[in-house]
Design a protein around this ligand. Sequence first.
Ligand code: FES
Length: 102
Amino acid sequence: MKIIAIDRKGVEHTVEGTIGWTVMEALRDAGLPVAAECGGACACATCHVYVDEEWFGKLSPPSPEELDMLDMAVAVESNSRLSCQIRCDPALEGIKVTIAPE
Ligand code: FES
């Protein structure tokens, strides 16, 4: 599936996500600057992204663990999510995310 990712310089990238894998893995494998220090265990918040409003409401709600990590992240916005907690799904084809500041 296609993921539109805006990097920290505002440059748009089209990235291929594998169904069932996470958006974080797609961004990282495409060489985008997502540190993902905990490897997707919902324990670092270095995979923080802003999800475009059009898709934000289509995502499964965040788990309590994700909300706890977002509490500790910087520059959190109402559309913040951890990209390691977003699973690639055909319903999210074309999802647009912006990589949050470090
Ligand atoms: S990769 Fe660590 S919280 Fe997502």
